[in-house]
Each structure stands twice: as structure tokens, then as C-alpha cells.
Design a protein around this ligand. Sequence first.
Ligand code: FES
Ligand code: FES
Length: 160
Amino acid sequence: MRGKEVVVKRIITLNVNGEEFEFLTEVHRTLLEVLREDLGLTGTKRGCDLGTCGACTVLIEGKPYLSCLTLAADVQGKKIVTIEGLAQDGEPHPLQKAFVQKGAIQCGFCTPGMILMAKAFLDENPNPSEEEVKQAISGNICRCTGYTKIVEAILSLTHK
Ligand code: FES
Ligand code: FES
């Protein structure tokens, strides 16, 4: 006879988009699962769930992380930003506007992760070359656009 599976739960507190959330959850759950299923922040996308597509990218303390490979319990006390938290005073972030204006969005599935990756990159490197932009987003897969318009949108915000 198989033993009963023990599910360990713990109260977790996360700071997401400037708000504190406290909830009871299983300790093995990923940040991606918690964001989408517990907090209802479905802007963060689940693509591969294996760390290879970049669709689940969020910012943690301003750096890009794959939320499908990050345990929610491990990022307590850190500032997490999802695509829902990027707008300021009801205005879309300049990267969001640039993606729309340059036609860098088709199905939109890759867009939240792509924009957050681009934000972290431009915060570190406001004057990148085209090659550097391509390199920066190389871990974010887009099946629709062919990347050209995405690169154009990101470059349109550089200070050259
Ligand atoms: S869903 Fe996380 S990298 Fe693909
Ligand atoms: S716009 Fe469809 S995957 Fe990028």
C-alpha cells in the first residue's frame, strides 16, 4: 500500500508590482504558478515551463528572471514586477507604446516577457547597438514577428 502524499504548505508573502500579497501555498510552487493561479496576474505567460522560451520573464529587483524556474518561496522580500506593473499613472510604459507603434506584436504571447527583458536590458545599457539588442532578447522566443520589428521597437527608445 502506498503511503499518503504529504503536501507541505507555508504562508508566503510576496511584493508584486508594489503590493504585498500574503497567502498559503505549497512550498514547491513556482513564481509563475503563483502569479497566474493565486494572484490572477495572467500577463506572465507559460510557454515551455522548462526555462527555454522566455515567455514567463518577470523582473526581480530589476533583473530578468524566468518565473517558471523560480520558486515563489525563494523570492519573498524581493521586489517583483510583472507586465501588469509596468504602466505608470495609467499610461503604458514607453516600451509598451513602442511595441504597438512599431507593429512588434502579433499574437502577443511573447510580448510581456520580451518587454520586461528589454526593460531590464535598457536600464543597464541605454545606448545599445542592434547586435546587443538581438543578443539581449535571444532567450525570448517569438514565433510570429521574425524579431525585426521587436528590435526596431527597442532601438527606438535608445538615446542615439
Ligand atoms: S515558460 Fe519559462 S522559459 Fe518558457
Ligand atoms: S508575437 Fe506571437 S510569439 Fe511573439
